[in-house]
Design a protein. Structure first.
Length: 317
């Protein structure tokens, strides 16, 4: 047996090989992904098994299956590779084509699918070695703590009053509209009156933040009125499908409404005249404010926002 003291330590190449092997579950596919020969990656796997004292991957009928420890180590290796990339990166520059970072963005699904899809496309094309993780948000989600603890890089929120301790960048500003099905009693009205709006039965997504009231509820509360919310759903993406089969009214941003109106044949109505606009923000912590990689990510998201809403501001705080 070889003494552990005589085994070469892990390096960046071996960590990348470990990640590629676990994700591709094939030596040949991992070799193609890394631009290496199959014997070179086989040798790397042999070294990894020796250093880490685990098979890491075991043979199956068609491919290789990661062991439990292999999966854990690969996840830790990705974190280490991210950290190594940050250590060697210039503070004045960020090479998107060569960087291998994981960007973590949290957002409820109140944005039209095309927005995050376009962000993903930009990252795939301009930073092909980077990964994008889109995290959900719930009523118990502590956004400030997640950003401060480096669990997330950017949060996209639409709170009427964003947290003061976070940096903010207006992603897009959009008018509120109502979605109804064709044949709905209100479908022939281009713009609803306040009386029509308050008399209607509404669908309202559940609050995703326990600390921040939604834009519609905030507006109605200022006028000391409330809408008649008959149905609540946990996901914005589910709401248009419910509207398509009921007499409910769903209030949302126009870019979101237009996406589902086209897909499901729904009717878009204007809200009463004094309704506010809906403002979507990027939010991030001071710890990442000057990071070149974070600046690149925020700029990419901001460009997508401008493409979806020409009125969007790019003033950061």
């Amino acid at each position: 047996m070889t003494s552990r003291s005589n085994v070469d330590p892990l390096d960046g190449y071996l960590l990348r090989a470990l990640c590629a092997l676990v994700e591709e579950r094939s030596v040949s596919r991992a070799a193609r992904r890394m631009g290496q020969t199959q014997p070179a990656v086989s040798a790397a796997l042999k070294r990894l098994r020796l250093i880490l004292s685990d098979p890491l991957l075991v043979r199956n009928k068609l491919d290789m299956i990661p062991t439990e420890r292999g999966l854990q180590l690969a996840a830790q290796a990705r974190v280490a590779l991210d950290a190594m990339s940050v250590l060697v990166a210039s503070r004045e520059d960020f090479d998107a084509q060569r960087a291998a970072l994981t960007f973590r963005v949290a957002s409820p699904d109140y944005l039209a699918p095309s927005v995050l899809a376009e962000v993903a496309r930009r990252i795939r094309e301009e930073a092909p070695l980077c990964r994008l993780e889109v995290h959900p948000m719930g009523p118990d989600f502590d956004s400030e703590r997640a950003l401060a603890d480096d669990l997330l890089d950017v949060i996209i929120g639409n709170w009427p009053n964003p947290p003061e301790l976070l940096h903010t960048l207006l992603l897009l500003e959009d008018e509120l509209v109502c979605l109804v099905r064709p044949g709905h009693p209100l479908a022939d009205f281009a713009e609803l009156t306040e009386a029509q709006y308050l008399a209607a039965a509404h669908l309202a997504p559940m609050r995703y933040s326990g600390l921040h009231r939604g834009v519609v509820e905030t507006h109605l509360a200022k006028h000391h009125v409330a809408r008649d919310a008959r149905v609540s759903v946990p996901y914005f993406g589910l709401a248009p499908h419910v509207v398509a089969r009921t007499d409910l009214v769903f209030t949302t941003a126009r870019h979101f409404a237009e996406h589902y109106a086209a897909a499901l044949g729904l009717v878009i109505l204007k809200t009463p005249p004094d309704f506010p606009t809906m403002r979507f923000y990027q939010l991030w912590h001071e710890r990442a404010h000057h990071s070149p990689a974070h600046r690149w990510l925020r700029a990419a998201i901001a460009e997508v926002g401008r493409a979806h809403a020409p009125r969007a501001s790019i003033k950061a705080t």
